[in-house]
Design a protein around this ligand. Structure first.
Ligand code: FE2
Ligand code: FE2
Length: 362
């Protein structure tokens, strides 16, 4: 018994360590000075008659343009004209871990079950499979592909394009519903809409990036049309019933996205996707993630995976809050050294983040 308790205490301590160091890492960035725990009511949005933090629902104004608008050789309009989004340092790009949040409540279990069913459907439609290569295998790439161990670049693009066309839906639906609620009730939104719309745009930019590598045919487009019609309406109705379950669902869905991109990176780096080995990053990706001019598709995959990690973290954290609570990520998000290692913020961590936010000086 004592031994069991001791082991348990060690494992709890180990589990706490990365969390503590991650929070400390954020503390350094944010100059946290205290760890006072506040009541949950501190997260409530102030009434419209009270002064709010500057910029709570406004633009992220300090972001600088990477490029000016210009016509390039292909006469395309280029430039960083999109909503705020993170740009990652090399350390952040490598800091991502594949994580899974344990399903604790009935809502969690419902959300994770729906994700598993959705994943099965995605896998079937997009022809995705993951079969471990036998240890010590001497099979050639062609044999590995014939044996179903390795997917081709074309199959990966099928998977990614289908995934991204669906992933852009939840943020827009949730953002629209909260927007309408704010109009209807004539009440502030508590900073959620901006984050949700950013997520939707971010997913759409993933789709636009990978669309430069393949132009899908009519059948594939019809599948996306049907899937969007069903998913949009289901998510809309579900969000009306239980927004927190929907954010939990997206959190679990994003766990799958992080896993998929992690596998894609491993395949690319181990030489099993030769057509992509030296593919330059599309210009839309260079602009969006502010990559170097000589960036490759590998750099793009790392950036996309980091975005998915943000969605995983933000949605699991939002699912822990009430709908009237202030969104702690409205102004700033923890960096990837935190988001890559933590699957969520507990409520008190979201409160800490808000508590220590310094409004910009006027
Ligand atoms: Fe995505
Ligand atoms: Fe995502």
């Amino acid at each position: 018994m004592l031994k069991t308790l001791a082991l348990r205490s060690v494992s709890l301590h180990r589990a706490a360590l990365p969390r503590a160091s991650a929070v400390l890492a954020m503390s350094a960035r944010r100059s946290l000075t205290t760890s006072t725990v506040r009541s949950k009511d501190d997260l409530k949005a102030p009434p419209i008659t009270e002064p709010a933090l500057a910029g709570t629902e406004g633009a992220h104004g300090k972001d600088t343009l990477a490029r000016t608008l210009t016509d390039d050789a292909h006469n395309e309009v280029r430039g960083d004209w999109v909503l705020f989004h993170p740009v990652y340092s090399p350390e952040e790009l490598k800091a991502v871990e594949v994580l899974h949040r344990d399903a604790k409540t009935f809502k969690d279990k419902l959300a994770v079950s729906v994700v598993r069913i959705a994943r099965w459907g995605f896998d079937l439609v997009s022809g995705y499979k993951h079969k471990e290569i036998p240890p010590g295998s001497t099979m050639t790439l062609e044999e590995l592909r014939k044996g179903g161990y390795v997917m081709t670049e074309h199959q990966w693009l099928n998977r990614i394009l289908f995934l991204e066309s669906i992933a852009g839906v939840p943020g827009m639906v949730a953002g629209a519903l909260r927007h309408l609620k704010s109009l209807r009730l004539m009440k502030r939104d508590a900073g959620w809409i901006h984050t949700l719309l950013e997520e939707a745009e971010n997913e759409r930019m993933h789709l636009m990036t990978f669309m430069t590598l393949r132009n899908p045919g009519v059948f594939f487009r019809a599948l996306i049309l049907g899937a969007q019609g069903v998913f949009y309406n289901m998510f809309f109705l579900s969000y009306l019933i239980s927004p927190s379950t929907c954010h939990r669902f997206v959190g679990y869905l994003e766990e799958e996205a992080v896993l998929t991109y992690t596998r894609a990176i491993e395949e690319l780096e181990s030489g099993r996707l030769p057509l992509w080995a030296n593919t330059p990053a599309p210009s839309i990706a260079i602009d969006y993630w502010r990559l170097k001019d000589d960036a490759t598709l590998t750099d793009v995959l790392y950036a996309v995976r980091s975005d998915e990690t943000t969605h995983r973290f933000v949605n699991h954290s939002l699912a822990n809050l009430d709908g009237d609570d202030v969104n702690p990520f409205a102004l700033r998000e923890p960096n990837m050294l935190v988001k890559g290692k933590l699957v969520e913020y507990y409520v008190h961590e979201s409160q800490e983040m808000l508590k220590h936010h310094q409004p910009p000086s006027q």
